[in-house]
Write a new protein. Structure first.
Length: 729
């Protein structure tokens, strides 16, 4: 060990062993570049080094320490990223993949051609890159653009790291504002909160107040109003009464209602918000989405049918004979209404025959050589739809297509979907924006059938589309109420019906200790009154009891559905415990405080059109690379590769929210339910959770909490303007 206690070292980052996205703590292997220190070999450095990358040249200052397991290290006290000055560092930096258009081979050629002037050439005279064999004008331009973005990104990241802003969000800022991004984050922080998803008002407010921007400045007031409006949208509303918005913003900003009213006036003048329904406020995007949605539905209702003539009575009889089964009167009524109306809603719970109706409809339409489009909001729902009908079914995002170069769907009002009959399953999951995109892309001559369970939770996104359409009475609605017992899940269906009726005293569902669980029953209630007991019971069910007693795979076949994210028995705690107990792999990568390992179950939490994965998609991690900071996951047979910047879009999914589980079914479902969840306890929450199971349901917790939820029939009211728009001539 060197004699001095402190050391300054300049070197090239060869490998990143560990990086914490939350606090920027890093363990990196660094190769010294100064002659006097080269004899030390590779040095391990530990400490806060924000957004460090392989191939970078860094200057660090710190103290030597000897780790009892890993040996000699430098504990970093200060860190500076700098451009490499020697040829090895330049080649390593350019060949690391940090600069688009340059790989290892091109890095070698460029450094050989320009030597010590390499980085200066790229920065100030990039046209000369065409002197290098294989580099044309297009590649040279790409290299220069990536170089500028990289330099700009570093500036933004260094400034924002103390505010906890991650790499992915910094990259969005640079791509949104270009070379002006460093100035924006310093001088106009509220603008980035308004224009870039992922930058919250509170972060922008901290930056602004530290920069001396006044509390009452109009840019702060307007940004605060938009943030308050977004919070209401996150709760499902598409509109908020103006007075309520003024009061909410005034409280949050510690300002007067009058000042906030001025801010609303300014936003109205700039068309960032709109007025609807007697002084309610909508964001411009949701205002437009509801307009497009209502117009799309009216277009379908008024359009001349493109269907070939069908003798509906004879067709139903033919479908009945083909299926070798009798249809119940309301099933026949649903088929009849779907074939005779331009738009129709079929709603009913599990076991009410929706699948039979879909199968019969598709058989009739295929026989008439009709162009059918089957779609659902999620991949799992689309897969289930395809299995039940024998036809191809897509997610709505894939049906609509997406052109990343244009930033919009391929199919819209001008380029509609090539179909004469469109069926959308799990329609209760449709939020306002997705429904607007779908309805506008359906041809005027096509027929539309929406199939869903109106008693489930509403969509994750803002709006209450299916409920609003039904309540408008503009579309023929068939309600299915008769239950057809479904063999292996009949107890689940009956229990769900009792929950809807407000009855918690369900036959065969009594709290019992885990050791007394009846695994032959479709539904069990495991008594666990404390959060700690609940957590332990959930773990034992998922890891040992359900796999051993029912022969199910613990990770892929069992899904924990929890009401809340926080708390001892919340989603975060459940995921941490279940990952530790069910997949204790040593092959993992850290993103922030989350460990992602090979074999882990994950869920995508936002739409990513570039990767072709969408909010709610679930997959299994198949490969992780600590050195490259990447992972690859399998989503129903499709491999998706995530860079470090994209890992902020995924969460562990051993446990997910009940809301996020909509549209999916799992062989076995485990539902923790405690009094601590009281804020979320309502009837349709329990109903949705139970009906996600194909074979077995295990409710784990306090029966008093279950009783409270079942008796609470007052779901949150979502305020929208869709019904009024549909009814408007």
């Amino acid at each position: 060990m060197p004699q001095e206690e402190t050391v300054q070292l300049e070197g090239v980052v060869e490998r990143i062993v560990f990086f914490n996205e939350e606090n920027h703590y890093c363990i990196a292997q660094i190769k010294p570049v100064k002659a006097a220190q080269k004899g030390l070999g590779q040095i391990t450095a530990t400490g806060v080094m924000p957004n460090i990358e392989c191939g970078e040249t860094v200057k660090i200052c710190g103290e030597w320490l000897k780790h009892r397991e890993y040996g000699l290290q430098i504990k970093v006290s200060s860190f500076e990223s700098k451009l490499p000055s020697d040829l090895y560092g330049m080649e390593k930096f350019l060949g690391s993949g940090l600069i688009s258009g340059i790989g290892k081979e091109y890095a070698k050629r460029i450094v050989e051609r320009f030597g010590a002037d390499t980085l200066k050439i790229i920065d100030t005279d990039s046209g000369r890159l065409r002197e290098v064999d294989g580099i044309g004008a297009k590649r040279a331009k790409k290299i220069k653009a990536s170089w500028d973005e990289r330099r700009c990104l570093r500036d933004v990241m260094i400034f924002l790291q103390k505010y906890g802003v991650g790499v992915a969000t910094c990259l969005k800022l640079v791509r949104r504002f270009g070379m002006d991004a460093p100035r924006i984050v310093r001088e106009e922080p509220y603008l980035m909160a308004r224009k870039v998803e992922g930058v919250g008002f509170k972060t922008a407010d901290k930056i602004a107040l530290n920069s001396g921007i006044a509390n009452e400045s109009m840019q702060r007031v307007e940004a605060g109003i938009l943030y308050a409006l977004k919070e209401c949208e996150d709760d499902g509303d598409t509109r908020v009464p103006a007075g309520e918005l003024e009061a909410k913003a005034a409280e949050m900003l510690s300002l007067t209602k009058e000042r906030c009213a001025e801010g609303i006036g300014g936003l109205l003048n700039s068309d960032e918000i709109k007025i609807v329904c007697e002084r309610s406020i909508q964001s411009a995007k949701l205002y437009r989405a509801e307009e497009v949605l209502a117009a799309g539905l009216k277009k379908i209702l008024r359009g001349k049918s493109a269907l070939a003539p069908i003798k509906v009575g004879a067709a139903i009889k033919w479908a009945r004979e083909k299926a070798h089964m009798d249809f119940a009167p309301e099933q026949e009524a649903a088929i009849f209404e779907a074939l005779t109306n331009k738009a129709c809603v079929i709603t009913g719970g599990p076991g009410t025959g929706k699948t039979t109706i879909l199968r019969a409809l598709c058989a009739i339409l295929r026989a008439k050589k009709t162009r059918i489009a089957l779609a659902a909001p999620t991949g799992r729902a689309a897969q289930k739809m395809a299995e039940s009908t024998g036809l191809e079914a897509k997610t709505l995002h894939r049906l609509l297509g997406f052109d990343s170069s244009k930033g919009k769907f391929l199919h819209d009002a001008e380029t509609p979907i090539p179909a004469d009959f469109v069926i959308i399953d799990e329609a209760s999951m449709l939020d306002t924006r997705l429904a607007a995109a779908a309805f506008s892309a359906i041809p005027a001559g096509a027929s539309l059938v929406l199939v869903g369970d109106i008693d489930q939770l509403p969509s994750v996104g803002p709006g209450n589309v299916l409920k609003d359409i039904i309540e408008s009475k503009a579309v023929k609605t068939v309600r299915l109420s008769r239950i057809f017992r479904q063999g292996d899940r009949s107890q689940i269906v009956m229990a769900a019906r009792e929950v809807l009726n407000g009855n918690s005293a369900i036959e065969g569902l009594r709290p019992a200790p885990l050791g007394s669980a009846d695994f032959s029953s479709d539904i069990n209630f495991i008594d666990a009154k404390t959060p700690e007991e609940c957590l332990e019971a959930c773990m034992l069910l998922c890891k040992k009891l359900i796999p051993s007693r029912l022969g199910l795979n613990g990770i892929s076949d069992i899904q924990v559905l929890a009401p809340m994210h926080k708390g001892t028995a919340g989603i975060a705690a459940l995921n941490a415990m279940l990952q530790r107990e069910m997949n204790p792999t040593g092959d993992f990568i850290m993103y922030g405080l989350t460990k992602f390992g090979r074999g882990d179950k994950i869920m995508q939490n936002r739409n990513n059109y570039d990767l072709d994965v969408f909010n709610g998609d679930m997959g299994i991690i198949k490969k992780v690379s600590r050195e490259n900071g990447t992972l690859a996951a399998d989503f129903d047979g499709k491999t998706v590769e995530y860079s470090r910047a994209e890992m902020g879009d995924i969460n562990l999914a051993y446990a997910v929210s009940i809301h996020k589980s909509q549209g999916s079914e799992f062989p076995a479902v485990v539902v923790p339910l405690l009094k601590q969840h009281f804020m979320m306890l309502q009837r349709n929450l329990v109903y949705t959770a139970i009906t996600r199971a194909r074979k077995k349901v295990f409710i784990v917790g306090d029966f008093a909490a279950f009783d409270l939820a079942v008796k609470n029939s007052r779901p949150q009211i979502r305020r929208t303007a869709l019904k009024e728009r549909i009814l408007c001539p």
